[in-house]
Design a protein around this ligand. Structure first.
Ligand SMILES: [Zn+2]
Ligand SMILES: [Zn+2]
Length: 422
């Protein structure tokens, strides 16, 4: 008994020291987990392949949104976190020690509680939904959907955690626990795990979160919890998985463009605000719940029954095309992964040009997945852009080697006749 508690205390001390001394930030926590994510996605794909849970273009689109979010977060992170640190240093009410396990437990509950409210309001207020919608656009449900994240949601979510800084939870503790909250939510995006018995009473599980991603009218705006499901049970937003889930949003995105995924709802809100005539309604378009429309635009539109759901979006692609898209995407992901770990070594101009190059790449891959011929030329421009963007910073071999491979694959795989005739 005594030996076990010694071991436990030592392990706890090591863990706390590690978190304390490594000055890890949330981007790094997530970046370290990326290889694990990809291995688990591959395993799930092999495991459930015959069930059709994965479609290539959908998975690539999910991961494209994830890559984009990781890159945009790099640029916004310092600004977003500055508010927390400022409130903590200037206004904190209590001196809470990083060495006390109880403080960690309370902070964990507080982070999870704030996450619940942020997530719930993201479903109940249009301006917040405009960012969060990205996570819900996929019509599939698998581990790749977990990485489908909005590039701009962090701007809104950061304010929700400021009360924790005011109370006095140290910034390092907050970052570690909010990263843990994000990491926990990865594994629940799966159809491979059915029900989980008593575990479901307290914790968020695959079954609970499938409900959250459903567009069935009874599932809309339910189960907003992060790690725990108790907040939904307490505040009346809990729903059990009772009927087969139809995934996605009520008006399908019908696009593989990750940039459009991030902006389309803003555009729709803006158009509604312009269309309606009363000033009060122009503002209410942004503050009311999704589905709300002004009287002069026909009023509330309830979610349609799932019996009227159209077939999943996804143009046909030729095998050559699939190979090209896969290979280009894999290469972009690997380059981004390396970049995430080294970005502090580069000057701002390099960071910006690399990010721009990846974004154009994701946009091109999205357009090609939609079988759009014009994107053949976008793709060529992207390949040529590699030279001026990367030339000044890398060695001869690193510039010309990849360029030759890219150009060759463009010429062989993206021939005009490789396009499927729609
Ligand atoms: Zn959600
Ligand atoms: Zn989710």
């Amino acid at each position: 008994m005594g030996r076990w508690s010694d071991v436990r205390n030592q392990l706890l001390t090591v863990a706390l020291l590690f978190l304390h001394n490594n000055r890890m930030d949330d981007v790094k926590y997530i970046a370290y987990a990326i290889p694990v994510f990809f291995v688990l996605i591959a395993i799930e794909w092999l495991w459930t392949r015959d069930k059709g849970n994965y479609r290539l273009a959908d998975a690539i689109n999910n991961l494209s949104c994830g890559v984009m979010q990781q890159l945009t977060t790099l640029f916004m992170r310092t600004a977003l976190f500055a508010g927390y640190v400022w409130i903590f240093t200037s206004f904190r009410q209590f001196e809470l020690s990083m060495n006390r396990p109880l403080v960690w437990v309370v902070c964990f509950l507080a982070v999870d509680f704030m996450y619940y409210w942020f997530h719930r309001l993201s479903h109940e207020i249009n301006a917040l939904w405009a960012a969060h919608v990205v996570h819900h656009q996929s019509e599939d449900y698998n581990l790749a959907v977990a990485l489908r994240q909005s590039s701009f949601q962090g701007i809104f979510s950061s304010f929700f955690y400021w009360p924790l800084a005011w109370i006095g939870f140290p910034p390092g503790m907050f970052l570690a626990l909010s990263a843990a909250n994000t990491l926990y939510q990865f594994w629940i995006h799966t159809q491979a795990i059915d029900r989980m018995g008593p575990f479901e009473w307290l914790f968020n599980t695959p079954s609970h979160h499938r409900v959250h991603h459903g567009r069935n009218p009874i599932y809309i705006d339910r189960n907003h919890g992060g790690t725990l499901i108790i907040w939904d049970r307490l505040f009346g937003t809990f729903q059990k998985e009772t009927e087969p889930v139809v995934y996605g949003i009520t008006t399908p995105l019908a696009s593989w463009n990750p940039l459009w995924a991030n902006f389309h709802y803003w555009v729709e809100l803006w158009q509604s605000a312009r269309t309606t005539s009363r000033w009060r309604d122009k503002v209410r378009v942004f503050t009311k719940a999704p589905g709300w429309f002004p009287q002069d635009m026909g009023g509330f539109k309830p979610p349609p029954p799932v019996s009227h759901v159209p077939a999943k979006y996804g143009p046909e692609l030729t095998p050559e095309f699939k190979i090209y898209i896969w290979a280009q995407f894999a290469w972009l992901v690997m380059a981004t992964f390396v970049f995430l770990f080294q970005f502090q070594r580069y000057e701002w101009a390099v960071q910006a040009s690399f990010t721009l190059w990846v974004l154009v790449g994701l946009w091109a891959i999205g357009g090609l997945s939609e079988n759009k011929r014009a994107f053949r030329w976008v793709e060529l421009v992207r390949l040529l852009l590699w030279l001026p963007l990367v030339w000044p910073y890398f060695s001869f071999a690193w510039v010309w080697g990849p360029f030759a491979v890219l150009l060759l694959s463009w010429m062989t795989l993206l021939r005009p006749k490789a396009f499927a005739t729609a």
